[in-house]
Design a protein around this ligand. Structure first.
Ligand SMILES: [Zn+2]
Length: 311
């Protein structure tokens, strides 16, 4: 009787070991396909283009005092030979995702059409201040935020386009949430984060960056009355970007930003289509390779163990 039990246990163990080896072998078959899948999705990631632009329509958020966005359909009809569409639109310079030209707050500095095209393209940098902004809506991104970024990711390169990520983009286009007030027509009630003027000055003098941008409606925080960041940037002929969208989708570095601002002659700014092209070897792509394949293999093995009730 005892002998039989022992024999039964041995057989059971043998069966389990067989099943387990079969599964391990199965992993070997599956592995090349997983690598191929990962490589294909990685290629997809490597070419990722992130649109940093909110759409322009009647909901476009303007600073109080501006005329609302106007989109008028002029023609949408079938003619004798073709379908034809044409519209008229009107917008203030400073609405939605847009660029501020240096002349916006500094007399004699570059107007929109005068900004050299080379300044509108540059390596992108995201400074994440989401936790600071969550605790304090009046937060001003500081020099120490920039220094801690450099400790983790290296020196901010000359010609960089430096973007503040406060997670404000998800509030857009709700005016009360964007300006963080019950009175969106009253700037004195606004509470949203921006840059500290010292940080702006540090970026333009010590790092000679090309552009500074934010996901909020102004590079100066909501409670600002002197707009010192606008003044500092203007002094150094550095444009800024406001209401930048989708910063959640970007790594801290490893992407190139293209600022397609309207070439408005004599403008103090203008709506801009802003795109980020993520590098081949940026951090998230490496993450997919390093974690993706092993994670899929382990998940698969666990599935089989549970499926066959092995342990
Ligand atoms: Zn502006």
């Amino acid at each position: 009787m005892i002998q039989e039990l022992k024999l039964g246990a041995v057989f059971a163990l043998r069966n389990k070991l067989l099943l387990l080896s079969e599964m391990v072998l199965w992993q070997v078959y599956v592995f090349p396909f997983l690598v191929l899948f990962d490589w294909l999705t990685l290629t997809e990631c490597a070419k990722a283009v992130v649109d940093l632009t909110h759409g322009q329509d009647v909901s476009t958020v303007y600073w109080p005092g501006n005329v609302d966005f106007n989109f008028t359909i002029t023609t949408r009809e079938q003619t004798q030979y073709y379908w034809y569409e044409s519209n008229w639109f009107g917008t203030a310079e400073h609405g939605g995702t847009h660029l501020d030209s240096p002349c916006h707050f500094q007399k004699g500095k570059w107007r929109t059409h005068q900004i050299p095209p080379s300044r509108l393209i540059g390596p992108g940098i995201v400074i994440n201040v989401t936790s600071q902004a969550a605790n304090n809506a009046d937060y001003k991104l500081s020099i120490s935020d920039l220094e801690s970024w450099e400790e983790m990711h290296g020196r901010i390169p000359e010609g960089a386009i430096v973007l503040m990520h406060s997670d404000w983009g998800v509030r857009y286009p709700n005016r009360s949430l964007v300006f963080n007030t019950n009175e969106p027509e009253k700037p004195s009630t606004f509470h949203f984060p921006g840059f500290h003027e010292d940080a702006a000055s540090w970026l333009v003098t010590r790092r000679r960056v090309s552009i500074v941008g934010v996901d909020t409606p102004s590079v100066d925080h909501g409670q600002s009355i002197e707009f010192l960041v606008h003044q500092v940037l203007g002094q150094h002929n550095v444009p800024d970007l406001e209401n930048v969208a989708n910063l959640r989708q970007l790594p801290a570095k490893g992407f190139t930003v293209f600022v397609g601002v309207i070439k408005l002659v004599g403008g103090s700014g203008g709506p801009a289509r802003i795109l980020a092209v993520v590098d081949d070897d940026s951090e998230p792509s490496r993450g997919y390779v390093c974690l993706g394949v092993p994670a899929l293999l382990i998940a698969e093995l666990l599935f089989h163990i549970v499926h066959h009730n092995l342990f």
